[in-house]
Design a protein around this ligand. Structure first.
Ligand code: DX5
Ligand code: ZN
Length: 210
């Protein structure tokens, strides 16, 4: 199980990323909020690219944006692990996924708590990862939505057939990780539990211990 650390909840992004560099976290999880797909808005693409140069971790980009295509060329120049878009971000999500894949980058597709698993089906031949949202996207520090657990079981049936990775994102701490430990999740995203703690590495190790 890999740990991707989200810095969304931090009030000093640069300092937070430098602290994440010092941990055993596997990826830096980058939440892009455009004020359209989600209400919140965090940075422009040029601010983001500048900020991400601080990271020594591979980047797990989570695009909570309406038009992901316009950011991909600039992001592709960075040390990217995966770029994930939302199923309903735009009219032609399949084209965006193909574009990402043609650049030799792993592509992910995210599914929200209120979205049906069947919506994933057109993408599963192509994507490397399904990111299961366990909170409504847009804000760090929310509570884990427990109905996500049934959805993971359904997605695991598809995983056996299509062989993608699964990630979970939102409300993961040292208690909620217990709920998903037997669910064959490959990438656990955790933000506030780590970045609001006094010792990031200790919090990461607590997640790994489960
Ligand atoms: C939610 C984001 C998450 C979030 C995770 O919209 O996609 O990545 O920042 O943070 P926590 O762990 O605080 O829920
Ligand atoms: Zn995220």
């Amino acid at each position: 199980m890999k740990i991707a650390v989200s810095f969304l909840k931090s009030d000093n992004y640069k300092k937070c990323i430098e602290m994440i560099n010092q941990t055993s976290g596997d990826y830096l999880h980058v939440d892009m909020c455009d004020g359209k797909y989600v209400e919140s808005k965090n940075f422009t693409i040029s601010e983001l690219v500048k900020l991400l140069k601080v990271s020594t971790k591979p980047l797990d980009i989570h695009m909570m944006v309406e038009n992901p295509m316009k950011y991909i060329d600039e992001l592709a120049l960075l040390n990217i692990q995966t770029i994930t878009i939302h199923i309903d971000c735009c009219n032609k999500p399949l084209e965006v996924i193909e574009y990402i894949k043609n650049m030799g980058i792993q592509a992910g597709i995210a599914i929200n708590p209120d979205q049906d698993v069947d919506l994933l089906k057109p993408f599963l031949e192509l994507v490397d990862e399904v990111l299961i949202m366990s909170v409504v996207p847009g804000k760090g520090g929310q509570s884990f939505i427990e109905s996500t657990l049934d959805k993971i079981d359904l997605i695991n049936e598809l995983k056996a057939k299509y062989h993608f990775l699964t990630g979970i994102d939102g409300g993961i701490d040292n208690q909620t990780i217990e709920l998903i430990k037997d669910k064959n999740i490959d990438v656990v995203v955790s933000g506030s539990f780590i970045t609001c703690s006094d010792n990031y590495d200790m919090a990461i190790n607590m997640l790994r211990r489960h």
